[in-house]
Design a protein around this ligand. Structure first.
Ligand code: PEP
Length: 254
């Protein structure tokens, strides 16, 4: 499929996979996806598996992402992980502001923007997640919520940093529920996001930013979602935990 921007498909493993299980999965992905050049491939294991997975994908087309990062460079921040620590394992991408962190760790747009600046300062690329709840959608507030999250989470980024930022539109009601947004619903919000980027930055930045869709992406819906003009990839949770389903999503997307 011909796309304006190169697709980027990332697997968010969340709090799953021991090191042995992670290596098993990554071996399978290397085997299945060795020939893929059309898509930027990213896996985001838990911190504990980054070191071993990093070694295993050295000679492959798979890149490494982390699921979170501290805004601080180091020091007395118990339980936190800094950019320097991630870079030791050749991490390239960092997921920020996932709705699970917004919900369970009370992450705010202001914190996410500080983290995004720290990610850029380390020459890594943030994957900034945004998305409305079911209640917000049903109240007709999707654009209001997504617009506010964009303005807050991207505050302070300059145009160069924005171009290197990936956005993930993840409607909260579609995450882990098996109920994906329809391709039309996804396209509608992605187009809104791009219009907002034009307002906040400019049209050339807006044209270059890749916007992933996330929320119950699976092999059976990947093609229709990825064929939408403003959908430039996927952030995949559950279906990224098995070699077969994650590789089929990628193969069905090209
Ligand atoms: C996610 O958590 O980023 C996600 C999209 O999960 P799932 O694919 O399981 O809905």
């Amino acid at each position: 499929m011909q796309k304006e921007r190169k697709l980027i498909i990332a697997g968010n493993w969340k709090m799953n996979k021991t090191v042995a299980e992670a290596l098993d999965l990554v071996h399978g992905l290397k085997r299945e996806l060795a020939a893929i050049k059309e898509v930027d491939l990213v896996v985001c294991p838990p911190f504990t598996a980054l070191c071993e997975v990093s070694r295993q994908i050295l000679d492959s087309n798979i890149r490494l992402g982390a699921q979170n990062m501290s805004e601080q460079n180091g020091g007395a921040y118990t339980g936190e992980i800094s950019a320097v620590m991630l870079k030791e394992f050749s991490v390239r991408y960092v997921i920020l502001g996932h709705s699970e962190r917004r919900q369970h760790q009370a992450e705010t747009d202001a914190l996410i923007s500080r983290k995004a600046l720290a990610v850029h300062a380390a020459a890594l690329k943030p994957i900034v997640c945004i998305g409305e709840t079911l209640q917000e959608r049903e109240a007709g507030k999707t654009e209001e919520v997504v617009g506010r999250q964009l303005r807050g989470s991207l505050a302070g980024l300059n145009k160069e940093q924005m171009q290197e930022t990936i956005l993930a539109y993840e409607p909260v009601w579609a995450i882990g529920t098996g109920r994906n947004a329809t391709p039309e619903q996804a396209q509608e919000v992605h187009a809104f996001i791009r219009r907002t980027l034009t307002e906040l930055f400019d049209s050339s930045v807006a044209k270059r930013v890749r916007i992933q869709y996330g929320g119950s992406v699976k092999p059976s819906n990947a093609r229709d979602l990825m064929s939408q003009p403003d959908v430039d990839g996927a952030l995949v949770g559950g279906a990224s935990l098995e070699t077969r389903s994650f590789s089929d999503i990628i193969k069905n997307s090209i």
